[in-house]
Design a binder for this molecule. Structure first.
Ligand code: 6R9
Length: 657
């Protein structure tokens, strides 16, 4: 990678924290010093910000790596920490959730009300025989009941498995089966893009008899929230309406203490093979790091901030930065049911204006789609309440970073680009908004208490100015504790590669700049080798989107007889550009542009102009499918795409070219 002429590293813009920010910030430079002095004592201090029914005396037990135990002899109740504790501290009237339905209906739910609702549901679940260690699948739209359901399951020591509401019946079934869920909590339907999208039929299908091939036997009950008002089939005895059972239950429920290592949830994520992995997280360490990172990276002041993380609770960002982190911190947050463009393209900005959102956390793919529509849409709203902007999910290219800061953040707000994974449970690499001088496109520094390195294939530190593999060198509180039912795969996937050193292998490529700051370069399976030169997809994509004509780009390495791999780019053009120019000849222009930006080696062999890119429901581009197209293969499994039609459209375009 040393031969790589790095477009990203030519980024020289720097942004200091705004005047006065540091003085009021929750996080300070001192945190790094304290963590460096005694890492375990540092995490113990963070853990003590929570309420422990039984205080811990052990911090970390790493005697049987890679199986960690944090705060192992302590006992706590996760839901108590997110709810009752705030009510008992006199904040029962503080709004926990400012919920906005897609059609514009709204609900404000206080900490006292959410505590009562969660208690009722906890009583219902216990009445149905759900107890410690049992699994409950949650398949809901973004409605307050989704957050309440997670907390009710946590409150009774059971384990939730949230399945994104956009997943198919098949995906739901395999997740219910793998976890052996006893109860499913769902809704009739929810609002998406102006229409009711049904959910209950997928649950019915997932639980249906499979011609003797193993009837779904683990699920005893399905609790159904009425949201969409759509007609549903009903299985008497199995199905229960939320509005029948929950309001009838007692609004108090004793939050019993559970050991810190009590499993909290399983969340399925796709790996390099076909079968999704059930990532397992436990209670005390997870909640400690979730709350700490939300507090210092988002700079949460619970009395005054209105926080909004746009992620769905169906993926890890929604778990850690919608449900657990902000509620553990007693914050007030916005929860929005729908899509960013329904019923109009300014919907998100309208919500920020309406609720006076101060801290906003979203994904680069969303930012780029807003760039594509144009700045006039957000400029039509008052966004002056915003003071911290966050990014998560993929590398954010410098152009999107700067646009985010300038157009959404009024050239003023700090941007925190946060690197982490389902597996890490919480943020690992990010700027601190009152401390770090930020660099557009770089996640930059390991958070206090987190030890990250960039190493070569042998696990040797690469040194500044070099690229390599991102590793976590020491265990961290919110680390995954395993893959549900598959300890071997856990060891093999994350720990075998650097077994002799005990490093966690993240699967991401990264580079250290001259200051030692970390730049994420995308998954290592997305790193290409062209004529012996290593090139990153992220880097070429960044160069492509830096051209005025480009709205969005995805790059893959396709096998090539002469060069090993060749760069193939799929590009969406900006509407404003198409209005003024013809698309003809643009591929040539863009090829030359990339050559200028990065160097001739990075020039794409093929550039395809497309209307859309294949994305998962959490917004990640599925490069694997584009690689299939680029290499002329039949396109592989598309079931995790948000829109399964995209691939046929792209393929039709390419074969008729
Ligand atoms: C939280 C989340 C994890 C993968 C990760 C990496 C990519 C996430 C990133 C980022 C560059 C960032 N990723 N955040 N890459 N900069 N700030 O997204 O979890 O869905 O498990 O994805 O996403 O490649 O390995 P998950």
């Amino acid at each position: 990678m040393s031969t790589q002429i790095d477009h990203l590293l030519n980024e020289t813009r720097r942004f200091s924290p705004p005047d006065g920010f540091a003085a009021q910030a929750v996080g300070s430079a001192d945190l790094y010093a304290r963590a460096a002095e005694d890492r375990e004592a540092f995490w113990a201090d963070q853990a003590r910000e929570l309420h422990w029914h039984t205080p811990f005396t052990e911090v970390l037990d790493w005697s049987t790596p890679p199986f960690a135990r944090w705060f192992g002899d302590g006992e706590l109740n996760v839901a108590y920490n997110c709810l009752d504790r705030h009510v008992e501290a006199g904040h029962g009237d503080r709004v926990a959730l400012l919920w906005e339905g897609e059609p514009g209906d709204e609900r404000a739910i206080t900490y006292a009300e959410l505590t009562a609702e969660v208690s009722r549901l906890a009583n219902v679940l216990e009445g149905l025989g759900v107890g410690e260690g049992d699994r409950v699948a949650i398949y809901l739209p973004m409605i307050p009941e989704a957050v309440a359901a997670m907390l009710a399951v946590a409150r009774i020591g059971a384990i939730h498995s949230v399945v994104f509401g956009g997943f198919s019946a098949d995906s739901l079934r395999s997740r219910i089966d793998d976890a052996g869920a006893k109860v499913v909590i769902t809704a009739d339907g929810g609002y998406r893009k102006g229409k009711v999208s049904a959910l209950k039929p997928a649950v019915d299908l997932a639980l249906a008899d499979r011609n003797g091939s193993g009837v779904q036997e683990s699920v005893e009950h399905v609790i159904v929230v009425r949201r969409g008002g759509n007609d549903v089939d009903w299985t008497p005895g199995r199905d229960l309406w939320w509005h029948d059972v929950v309001p009838a239950a007692a609004p108090t429920h004793e939050a019993r203490p559970f050991p810190a290592e009590t499993p909290l949830f399983i969340l399925y994520t796709s790996g390099t093979t076909g079968k999704p992995k059930g990532i397992l997280h436990t209670s005390g360490g997870y909640l400690t790091q979730a709350a700490f990172t939300n507090r210092v990276v988002h700079d949460i002041h619970p009395e005054t901030d209105v926080y909004w993380c746009t992620a769905d609770v169906g993926w890890i960002t929604g778990h850690t930065y919608v449900t657990y982190g902000p509620l553990a911190n007693g914050a007030t947050q916005v929860l929005y049911e729908g899509t960013p463009d329904a019923p109009h393209p300014g919907r998100w900005w309208e919500i920020i204006q309406k609720y006076g959102v101060t801290v906003f956390y979203t994904a680069p793919t969303a930012i780029r789609s807003f760039m594509k529509i144009g700045r006039q849409v957000p400029q039509g709203f008052d966004l002056s309440s915003l003071r911290v902007l966050g990014s998560v999910g993929e590398p954010i290219n410098p152009e999107a970073w700067v646009w985010y800061r300038d157009i959404i953040g009024a050239e003023r707000t700090p941007i925190v680009d946060t690197w982490w994974q389902t597996e890490t449970g919480a943020m690992m690499i990010s700027a601190l908004p009152g401390v770090t001088e930020t660099k557009p496109g770089a996640a930059q520094v390991a958070l206090p208490g987190i030890t990250i390195d960039v190493v070569d294939d042998d696990g040797e530190h690469v040194g500044t100015g070099n690229g390599g593999l991102l590793v976590v060198t020491e265990p961290w509180p919110s680390m995954l504790r395993g893959i549900w039912g598959d300890p071997e795969r856990f060891v093999e996937t994350y720990w075998e590669k650097f077994a002799d050193r005990g490093f966690y292998f993240a699967g991401d490529g990264a580079r250290l700049d001259e200051d030692g700051d970390i730049w994420l370069l995308g998954r290592v399976d997305d790193v290409m080798n062209v004529s012996g030169h290593r090139l990153s997809t992220a880097e070429i994509e960044s160069a492509l989107v830096a051209h005025e004509a480009t709205a969005e780009a995805a790059v893959v390495g396709a096998s090539d007889e002469t060069t090993g791999q060749a760069v193939v780019a799929f590009v969406i053009l900006k509407q404003s550009y198409l209005d003024r120019h013809s698309a003809e000849g643009l591929a040539t222009t863009l090829r030359a542009w990339v050559g200028e930006q990065i160097g001739p080696i990075a020039r794409p062999r093929d550039i395809y102009i497309v209307g859309e890119l294949p994305k998962t429901r959490s917004g990640k581009i599925m490069r694997r499918l584009l690689r299939d197209v680029a290499e002329g293969r039949e396109v592989g499994d598309t079931t995790t795409l948000a829109d399964t039609m995209v691939m046929s459209t792209i393929q039709a375009k390419i074969t008729t070219k």
